[in-house]
Design a protein around this ligand. Sequence first.
Ligand SMILES: Cc1cc2nc3c(=O)[nH]c(=O)nc-3n(C[C@H](O)[C@H](O)[C@H](O)COP(=O)(O)O)c2cc1C
Length: 192
Amino acid sequence: MPDITVVILLGSPRRNGNTHLMAEAFAEGARSEGAEVESIFLDDLNLRPIGPVGDVWEEREDVRADDDTPGVLHRMAAADIVVFASPVYWQGVTAQMKMVIDRQSAYYVAPWLREGMEGSGFFAITAWGAPNEDQSHWVTEPVKLWAQGFEARYLGEVGANVAEWGKVAEMPGKLEEAREKGAAAVRAMGDG
Ligand SMILES: Cc1cc2nc3c(=O)[nH]c(=O)nc-3n(C[C@H](O)[C@H](O)[C@H](O)COP(=O)(O)O)c2cc1C
């Protein structure tokens, strides 16, 4: 069986921030099971919000197709596992990630996207800073629904309650958890 391929969308603009570090650990675990992993730092790219689209799915056009978004969508479609790594930003994923997920609406019924995503595994990585309440659902619930919409499998999540830049590295067991879940996600996809 060919190697499992993983694409990680890094949604935070903070390099080596909490979600980035957990994503790196997830990638290590995935590689330990033989997966090929590519990470995409979304904030480096030229991404724009979706433009106007019509109501007939089949006739939709991506009027901003000259930016980097179609390339990201094609890499997602080609991967076996798509990891959405985003901190909670005001009750949702970051704008960088939201732009990508909105933009796929311009290609929603395109066979390359539907067929590429169907049967893929989706995984969520998040961090949130609020001290009193688990905020992870603002990221995990959308990712679960995106998986449903694409007929993909939701493979799970790893989340950390941490606010300061990179401090997740000091949380006992958290990066290890991400590493183990990366390995487990690859095994789950390999088992079919
Ligand atoms: C613009 C912005 C919005 C945020 N909104 C929330 C929020 O709604 N709830 C929360 O618990 N933390 C919020 N945070 C805190 C981040 O989720 C937290 O610092 C997280 O660790 C950042 O992850 P990163 O290091 O991967 O960027 C926000 C931070 C920023 C900069």
